[in-house]
Design a protein around this ligand. Structure first.
Ligand SMILES: Nc1ncnc2c1ncn2[C@@H]1O[C@H](COP(=O)(O)OP(=O)(O)OP(=O)(O)O)[C@@H](O)[C@H]1O
Ligand SMILES: [Mg+2]
Length: 263
């Protein structure tokens, strides 16, 4: 059984007032009838141009937003049938990493509080245990112990992303959605983060949905690659096959548009 199984997933967003007046409203189908599995221990890369629905799909898979229709199974359970309480419990197993890990966090929080917050919310543990878990997590992501007392703005982008990853790992999840985690970073720093994610995957037996608009980055990490275009899944196959013999013209376009970058 795959870790994640999504079937016929759709998400329709209402559009606001038309900016040309007339009050015409419409809707946008951000994710349109998408089905796939994510196998345990694999990295499924998700690529597509801006607005193709990648982030919406990533959030649907975690049930951070509700689908308009379709089904999601995680670890054999029907996610949409779970109660709020069951869902909160399951959240420990599924985490998300963003492009800007501090975008949604209080800038006055110290790194140790940022990393420990999920532990405070989800796990009963005393301060000493929590401190040692934070130290373990800092080590796992390659940050110095002294980082714990510092504030996010004191860090470089790459270091901030390491903190974001440590926070995502705090509850020992099985599955991580990484939504453009290196898109805001220089190529060389991004490559270090991609390598870190690969190391952590081996160490903690993680499964990833890795979202990026960059084919070279996805190709480096992914076992299989899914290509989205205007909300639809247009191609899905193993990474080698997608990058050397793309079937869909849109995938070929994506490959041609991107210069070779050594990751
Ligand atoms: N909360 C929302 N309300 C209305 N429309 C939305 C919402 N979220 C996304 N959309 C629309 O859904 C479509 C897909 O957006 P989404 O953010 O999933 O794309 P994306 O592939 O992640 O793009 P990017 O590469 O720029 O991050 C877009 O047309 C977007 O405007
Ligand atoms: Mg996005």
């Amino acid at each position: 059984m795959a870790l994640v199984e999504i079937r016929n997933l759709r998400k329709v967003f209402p559009l606001g007032e038309s900016m040309f007046g007339g009050g015409a409203k419409g809707e946008v189908t951000a994710v349109d009838d998408v089905s796939f599995d994510i196998e345990r221990g694999e990295t499924l890369g998700l690529v597509g141009e801006s607005g193709s629905g990648k982030s919406t799909l990533g959030r649907l898979v975690l049930r951070l937003i509700e689908p308009s229709s379709g089904s999601i199974r995680f670890d054999g359970r029907d996610l949409l049938a779970l109660s709020g309480k069951e869902m909160r419990h399951l959240r420990r197993d599924m985490q998300i990493i963003f492009q800007d890990p501090f975008g949604s966090l209080d800038p006055r929080m110290r790194v140790e509080d940022v990393i420990a917050e999920p532990l405070v919310i989800h796990e009963r543990m005393n301060r000493a245990t929590r401190r040692s878990r934070v130290a373990e997590l800092l080590r796992a992501v390659g940050l110095d112990e002294s980082a714990r007392q510092r504030f996010p703005h004191e860090f470089s982008g790459g270091q901030r992303q390491r903190v974001g990853i440590a926070r995502a790992l705090a509850l020992r999840p099985k599955f991580i959605v990484a939504d453009e985690p290196v898109s805001a970073l220089d190529v060389s720093v991004g490559a270090q983060i991609v390598n870190l994610l690969a190391d952590l995957q081996r160490e903690f037996a993680l499964t990833y949905l890795f979202i990026s608009h960059s084919m070279p980055v996805v190709r480096y990490l992914a076992t299989r690659i899914a290509v989205m275009y205007r909300g639809k899944l247009v191609e899905l196959g193993n990474a080698e096959q997608i990058t050397t013999e793309p079937k869909h013209p849109y995938t070929r376009g994506l490959l041609e548009a991107i210069p070779e970058i050594a990751v």
